[in-house]
Design a protein around this ligand. Structure first.
Ligand SMILES: [Zn+2]
Length: 85
């Protein structure tokens, strides 16, 4: 069941995507390669889900979606910092 939740966000980089997105991955800044496993994730760019390398993302079980790793880890530390303020 958890696997299905993840699967709907997962895809493989295909030729069309490579051509349409020459700028590469918004999370790590590296170019995609044909066949790279990728996931739709929200991140530091906002709530819009963008395709990033699967290795750049963390599955947020609470939100049932992927988040950019950096954003996810940042978000985790935010509530604590605020309560200690
Ligand atoms: Zn990446």
């Amino acid at each position: 069941m958890a696997d299905n939740d993840k699967k709907k966000w997962q895809t493989i980089i295909d030729r069309e995507y490579l051509i349409a997105h020459p700028e590469g991955c918004p999370a790590c800044g590296q170019k995609f390669n044909l066949g790279d496993p990728a996931v739709y994730a929200c991140g530091t760019w906002g709530q819009d889900s963008k395709l990033i390398h699967e290795s750049d993302a963390v599955f947020d079980a609470a939100a049932q979606m992927y988040m950019e790793r950096e954003c996810y880890e940042g978000r985790r530390s935010v509530p604590k910092a605020k309560s200690e303020f």
